[in-house]
Design a protein around this ligand. Structure first.
Ligand code: ZN
Length: 263
């Protein structure tokens, strides 16, 4: 049914996983389309009470598939890029935020850029002790962060600025200290911990949980979350026509991957 995501059901819990471990779970067009479809499937299935978002293999995900972008999107017009990124990056991410059922991100290894953004759309985040989080694209690609600027909301303003300005990683432990990560567990225990928490949540009163989530999302929206994210999307699009981005694109986005790996 799905090729690049895994959809697994255990009791009342659906686990949706990035499933391209040979490519560090890079989020291609097809993978994102399938992930969005998988979330909608879990959301409308009355047998499912909670959803885990994960990644098969050593890494949660290295983020958007830059190699695919180089081949198919480097000559996009403003209009084409706007449409592609609005649907697949912005709307799909906010669909996870707005998913009526409780969601848990289970993160191991790399959780980078586009992956940082989708993992942080979940209600709860569990991380293995070797997980790390980063968004280096301001430095490596000449893009104004990723499309959904969730960073200050989950890390606080100071750390978000440091992370974005330096391109450096945030460890699972530091993410926990800052409140982005609920729990840090050994890698071998990550899935079982997520499954146990999701099963406990799914055992609760479904409709009332939905109401609580609705109120929590509205609390964030009253604080300006959605408007700020929408405003950043527009600013991010402007960065795609900057000199810095053009230089990276012309020298090959693959070189940005190498620069990102070196930093
Ligand atoms: Zn973009």
């Amino acid at each position: 049914m799905f090729e690049l995501v895994a959809y697994e059901v255990d009791g009342r819990v659906a686990t949706i996983s990035h499933n391209r471990p040979e490519s560090r779970n890079a989020e291609s067009r097809q993978l994102l389309d399938e992930m969005d479809a998988a979330f909608r499937q879990a959301a409308r299935d009355p047998a499912i009470g909670a959803i885990i978002l994960g990644g098969k293999g050593d890494h949660f995900s290295a983020g958007h598939d830059i190699k695919e972008a180089q081949v198919s999107r480097s000559n996009f017009t403003v209009e084409e890029r706007w449409e592609y990124e609005r649907l697949r990056y912005f709307d799909y991410a906010l669909n996870i935020l707005d998913c009526p059922k409780p969601t848990i991100a289970a993160v191991q290894g790399a959780c980078v850029a586009g992956a940082f953004m989708v993992a942080n759309m979940c209600d709860i985040m569990l991380a293995s002790d070797d997980a790390y989080f980063s968004d280096p694209v301001t430095r490596t690609m000449g893009a104004a962060a990723v499309e959904v600027l969730i960073h200050p909301w989950v890390l606080g303003q100071r750390k978000a600025r440091e992370m974005l300005f330096t391109g450096e990683r945030v460890s699972a432990e530091e993410g926990h200290r800052l409140g982005m990560v609920n729990r840090v567990v050994p890698r071998a225990e990550l899935h079982a911990t997520a499954q146990a928490m999701a099963a406990k949540i799914a055992d609760g009163p479904e409709f009332v949980l939905q109401l609580v989530k609705r109120s929590l999302n509205r609390t964030a929206d009253i604080q300006g979350l959605r408007t700020a994210l929408q405003a950043h999307f527009d600013t991010h699009q402007l960065s795609h026509v900057s000199e810095a981005f053009r230089k990276v694109r012309d020298s090959g986005l693959a070189s940005a991957i190498r620069t990102g790996k070196a930093s």
